[in-house]
Design a protein around this ligand. Structure first.
Ligand code: ZN
Length: 388
């Protein structure tokens, strides 16, 4: 049993200046004002010293990091997951980009096999499969040799219980709406991305069950006042959650602010889209069969196209606040309650409340990560006395 004392709780719907959290069996037993929640004698006490305590962060688009690329080496999902708490991340969707279909099958086998003995780290909640059903006209850094048209048979066993949580596709391609409908019917979160969809085509995709969009503004038809395209729909439709990469390179800060004003904390979801060089020095790194040049700020192909980011999710939260002036609670909601609700996990993750998985992130006044708990275990701690 664990007792976290003197935390400034952001649930994130509520702020509790002097809060406490009681944890047992990997779940939150109780959380609230410290005055009403005394520490049980049997509990190990962790002193938060007035630091912010938020739900653990959830990244829906993460290709790899710390020198490993999931599409090139799916077996690295677990060792990378063990390090993600350094960024306040407690759950994520390992993202497999366009590749032969046996690659996502191998990644699902890695998830099915489960973590190594003694694993403590971020929980992979299933794959995000980005491709191969993408529009060649907006392929970005995806390998054209492996792009293909939407194919019901190729995705016949894609379902949450089989390790597929989210699929990015271009629904305007022949067969795209049928595939979107089939996946959504199985409970997969279907996303539009790497797409040339017009406004009308995006509306049809919404009607077919699409509920997410992959990296707003990137790899989409540009906004035009006579043909608003997918972007026009994303800025105005409350039914669809919008992924965004706020690293200051993928999208200009002014348009991050525009997206924020249009969609707010329940419509916007910050992702990193981080690639294998995240957390590594500048150099050349593999991404799904390509060499990517990393200069410390961006990751690019030889021709200059962006190929994933070097963004950490805690920095994404800080950047959103810097770009928009929004409150910490709202920025935190974009990486906690909003992705949890999108994945159908609203009763399990993304909030500090009794019964929820004890995934928690402790933030310093400058909003850097002091400590992270995953399922009630200290997975990362820069504070003395927190390490077990
Ligand atoms: Zn992409």
């Amino acid at each position: 049993m664990l007792y976290i004392a003197h935390a400034r709780l952001l649930t994130p719907a509520r702020e509790i200046p002097d809060g406490a959290v009681l944890i047992d069996g990997g779940r939150i037993l109780a959380a609230g004002p410290a005055a009403g929640l005394p520490a049980p004698a049997a509990a190990r006490r962790l002193e938060a010293g007035g630091a912010w305590l938020t739900p653990g962060f959830i990244d829906l688009q993460f290709n790899g990091g710390f020198g490993h690329d999931f599409t090139s080496a799916p077996e690295t999902i677990w060792p990378v997951a063990a390090r993600l708490p350094e960024h306040g991340v407690t759950a994520f969707l390992p993202t497999i980009v366009t590749a032969p279909l046996n690659v996502s099958a191998a990644a699902r086998a890695v998830l099915r096999a489960g973590p190594p003995a003694g694993f403590v780290g971020a929980a992979p909640l299933g794959l995000h499969i980005e491709g191969p059903f993408l529009n060649p006209g907006k392929r970005g850094a995806h390998n054209p040799a492996h792009l293909r048209l939407p194919d019901l048979a190729a995705a016949a066993d894609w379902a949450p219980e089989a390790g597929v949580r989210l699929v990015t596709l271009a629904a305007e391609l022949p067969g795209g709406l049928e595939l979107a409908r089939a996946l959504a019917g199985r409970g997969v979160c279907v996303s539009l991305g790497h797409t040339l969809a017009t406004y009308a085509e995006a509306q049809a995709a919404l009607a077919a069950g699409v509920r997410y969009a992959t990296h707003l503004f990137n790899a989409m038809r540009p906004l035009d006042h006579r043909e608003p395209g997918l972007i026009g729909l994303l800025l105005t439709q409350p039914e669809i959650v919008v992924g965004l990469i706020p690293d200051g390179h993928h999208v200009h800060p002014a348009l991050v602010d525009l997206a924020w004003r249009a969609r707010g904390p329940h419509g916007l979801n910050l992702v990193t889209d981080a690639m294998g060089a995240l957390g590594m020095p500048p150099g050349r790194y593999p991404l799904a069969g390509y060499d990517v040049i990393v200069d410390g700020q961006t990751a690019r192909l030889e021709d200059g196209r962006l190929a994933g980011s070097l963004l950490r999710l805690d920095a994404a939260v800080r950047n959103l606040m810097a770009f928009t002036g929004c409150a910490l609670a709202d920025a935190v909601a974009t990486v906690t309650t909003t992705p949890a609700r999108l994945l159908g996990l609203a009763g399990e993750r993304g909030q500090i409340a009794p019964g929820y998985v004890a995934d928690l992130t402790l933030l310093a006044p400058d909003l850097t990560v002091l400590a992270t708990l995953t399922a009630g275990s200290v997975a990362y701690a820069a504070l003395p006395g927190w390490k077990e």
